[in-house]
Design a protein around this ligand. Structure first.
Ligand code: KIV
Length: 262
């Protein structure tokens, strides 16, 4: 495991065939726990709108919310690379708007990279940011910020035409300077084909084992979400453990057993 993960390590890991572990983090303690467990990259995802803030989609998340959580993650990390989502409406307007939003995140939080969603329409923006020294991660497949257009969170690129478009978009985004590509909820053979086609690492979520790395949402992995997407298995059941612990404390308070007599 490298001492300080940097952008250069992304490509080195792909070339060495070392799988990358990315995990969302939204605050300092989650950054510390994820790092201690061996996570390479902390993604301050705009999923925080749903996992933390109770919104029904990521559409409501603002740049200020992202900066608030990203700064906490950066304060908690020591080694990991920190990627922050550009939220809906903060970058789609123009490359210049994206640059201003990315600079705000970098300067206010100390993060390392920004992530944005989209294919062909985002290629010029990725080129613009990369040419100006920013580290950019792209995101294809299921694009949660497009939920109003998509209607639901179903798997994407499931037919020949959309699969070909996704392959073309992946190549174009990599060519424009993206340093990594998140592939969300697409057929596994397509994700493997993208991974073989481009030189930058692919990070899958619901995209199979053929990617160069995997990303999961903190609350899904730890069993804190009320419902997980079908492609995100729980590796723990912290929600029920927390309920049980709090229930024991309430019981102790009501029985007069807490606080203990000193
Ligand atoms: O917002 C997020 O957490 C994400 C991951 C699902 C990749 O973009």
């Amino acid at each position: 495991m490298v001492k300080h993960f940097t952008a250069a390590n992304l490509r080195q890991c792909k070339e060495a065939g070392e799988k990358l572990c990315w995990l969302t983090a939204y605050d300092a303690p989650s950054a510390q726990i994820a790092e201690a467990a061996g996570v390479d990259v902390l993604l301050v995802g705009d999923s925080l709108g749903m996992t933390l803030l109770g919104f029904d989609s990521t559409i409501h998340v603002t740049l200020e919310m992202m900066a608030h959580h990203a700064a906490a993650v950066v304060r908690g990390r020591q080694r990991a690379w920190v990627v922050v989502d550009l939220p809906f409406g903060s970058y789609q307007g123009s490359p210049e708007q994206a640059f201003a939003s990315a600079v705000t995140l970098l300067q206010q939080t100390g993060c390392d990279a920004v992530k944005l969603e989209g294919g062909a329409a985002m290629v010029e923006t990725v080129r613009f940011l990369s040419a100006r020294g920013l580290a950019v991660v792209a995101h294809l497949g299921l694009l949660p910020q497009s939920i109003k257009q998509l209607g639901d969170y179903r798997r994407q690129a499931t037919d020949g035409a959309t699969a070909t478009r996704l392959l073309d978009d992946a190549e174009a985004l990599a060519g424009a300077g993206a340093l990594a590509l998140v592939l969300e909820s697409i057929p596994h053979d397509l994700a493997a084909a993208v991974t073989a086609r481009i030189a930058i690492p692919t990070i899958g979520i619901g995209a199979g084992t053929g990617c160069d790395g995997q990303v999961l949402v903190w609350h899904d992995l730890l069993g804190l979400s009320l419902r997980n997407p079908p492609f995100a298995p729980q590796f723990s059941d912290l929600r029920s453990q927390a309920e049980a612990a709090i229930g024991r404390w309430c019981g102790a308070v009501r029985q007069g057993e807490f606080p203990p007599v000193s």
